[in-house]
Design a protein around this ligand. Structure first.
Ligand SMILES: Cc1cc2nc3c(=O)[nH]c(=O)nc-3n(C[C@H](O)[C@H](O)[C@H](O)COP(=O)(O)OP(=O)(O)OC[C@H]3O[C@@H](n4cnc5c(N)ncnc54)[C@H](O)[C@@H]3O)c2cc1C
Length: 445
């Protein structure tokens, strides 16, 4: 059965996720069936919406979360689970947009986001396989040189060596047993988690604080005013403030809600496979420090091992491939399995048990897009595939702003975002062409 409300062609795929198969038990949240009032109404039950709800409740507000499907339905319940410093774009994009001092503030906030994930896991006692450590790797000598230059720049300008260390080619084998990679760096503040269990844990934590969560309650209309009225099929919420955290689903579910936001993001499909459990000894040979790993290609591969049960080894969770047309690539499982075997020939005969996908909400410059469309209506979008940690901070920034401290959200809000060119019909072909160029560059590099 396809998920309700969503028109994208490939949602069948989301049914076969390893995360869904290994989800922790969770309370059943009701559907909104009456008219209620709240201080704040959050639209979207993913990381960004739940983080906003937690932070606002901590500051004394009465908060309602409306989720069209179920908690963790969107990117938050399907992603690679990698905790990564920084943004999806390079720091120089932010430096050009805001100047060096503000770019430095943005970088520091991205590190705060990593701490916040760990704080929340501890605070709400979330069982989500938190593992420390992130490894960034290059796929060729030419790309290795660029990666090294980038790392040196980050050390010089952002004192990145406080958290990260450079790995020369001769030592890379101590970190990863793969013939594909040339050199890399290790970031001790990065890491990985089971994202759906983290998301379910945040929801449970939020509900414990008094946040009212409603599932299967899609907001289809929003009447703006001093108090805003949000309408679902069976009820309404009247709230003083609204936080829109619907990712790329928002324009699909309710195109008329915030049309100006929709033009600034494009959904890009990305896919993940999970293997059968493999022996713990083999896993330790492949990624000895059990880090999350990501290569530096524009169309990148990202992978890690799952948590492991006492009676079985971990699974390889391998992500990559993209679709710019919202269509599922052909022979997806086979092509991803082949990709994984190129990276780890040792897994050539390992069975793939799960394949799923999701959409990332990319912006033109890959910087996140936070701000407001009215004095009392805020939005958080455009994480561009780099939102596991940053969404948490984004929720905190919205809460600070609603409490009258807008400085930190304003830093992000000053980043200029452009509409994707071409109307709805032309945007996708234009993006496909642009991305083919980057894929070609990946191959040549
Ligand atoms: C396959 C994949 C792999 C990724 N890997 C990584 C990774 O390893 N590391 C990383 O940092 N980032 C990664 N990302 C990105 C990261 O997952 C996202 O940036 C993050 O989860 C976005 O969270 P969100 O809360 O903004 O959106 P979502 O989690 O998508 O939540 C939005 C929710 O809003 C709901 N909604 C929308 N409209 C309405 C409406 N009108 N009414 C009610 N509800 C509505 C939707 O149903 C949805 O549940 C990945 C993403 C994908 C898809």
């Amino acid at each position: 059965m396809l998920e309700p409300n969503i028109k994208s062609t490939d949602l069948k795929l989301t049914q076969n996720s390893y995360y869904a198969a290994s989800a922790n038990e969770q309370p059943e949240y009701p559907t909104l069936t009456t008219d209620i009032e709240a201080d704040i109404c959050v639209v979207g039950g993913g990381f960004a919406g739940l983080s906003s709800a937690i932070e606002l409740t901590d500051r004394g507000y009465k908060v309602v979360v409306l989720e069209a499907n179920h908690i963790g339905f969107g990117a938050s319940g399907r992603n690679g689970g990698q905790l990564i410093a920084g943004l999806a774009c390079e720091q120089d994009v932010i430096e050009s947009a805001l100047g060096f001092q503000a770019a430095k503030q943005v970088w520091e906030m991205s590190l705060e986001a990593l701490d916040l994930v760990r704080e929340r896991i501890k605070r709400f006692n979330i069982d989500c396989d938190l593992t420390d450590g992130f490894l960034g790797v290059s796929v060729s000598e030419a790309k290795g040189k660029k990666l090294h230059a980038w790392f040196e720049g980050m050390v010089k300008n952002y004192q990145y060596d406080a958290d990260a260390k450079w790995i020369e080619p001769a030592y890379l084998k101590d970190w990863i047993a793969s013939p594909r990679y040339f050199n890399g760096y290790f970031d001790k503040r990065g890491g990985h988690i089971h994202p759906l269990n983290y998301c379910l844990g945040l929801a449970k934590g939020a509900a414990g604080l008094g946040v009212k969560i409603f599932q299967h309650s899609a907001v289809t209309a929003m009447q703006q005013g001093e108090n805003t009225v949000l309408t679902t099929s069976k009820g309404k919420v009247t709230a003083q403030f609204v936080v829109l955290a619907g990712n790329m689903y928002l324009p699909e579910i309710a195109p008329q809600l915030a049309p100006s936001l929709a033009k600034r993001i494009m959904p890009v499909g990305t896919y993940i496979i999970a293997t059968e459990p493999i022996p713990a000894k083999l896993a330790k040979q492949l990624i000895p420090k059990n880090t999350a790993v990501c290569d530096t290609n524009f169309v990148l591969d990202y992978f890690r091992f799952s948590g492991q049960k006492p009676d079985e080894g971990p699974r390889m969770i391998y992500g990559g491939r993209v679709s710019y047309s919202a269509m599922t690539p052909h022979h997806l499982t086979q092509s991803m399995q082949a990709r994984m075997a190129e990276t780890f020939p040792q897994l050539k005969n390992t069975k793939v048990e799960y394949t799923w996908g999701g959409f990332v909400d990319i912006t033109m410059n890959r910087a996140p897009d936070f701000g407001s469309i009215a004095p009392n209506i805020f939005y958080l979008q455009g994480f561009s595939g780099h939102g596991v940690a940053l969404t948490g901070l984004a929720g905190k920034l919205v809460a600070e702003t609603i409490c009258g401290q807008a400085e930190r959200l304003d830093v992000f809000a000053k980043i200029k975002h452009h509409d994707f060119p071409g109307g709805k019909l032309l945007r996708t072909p234009a993006l496909v062409l642009g991305m083919l160029w980057y894929q070609l560059r990946d191959k040549l590099g």
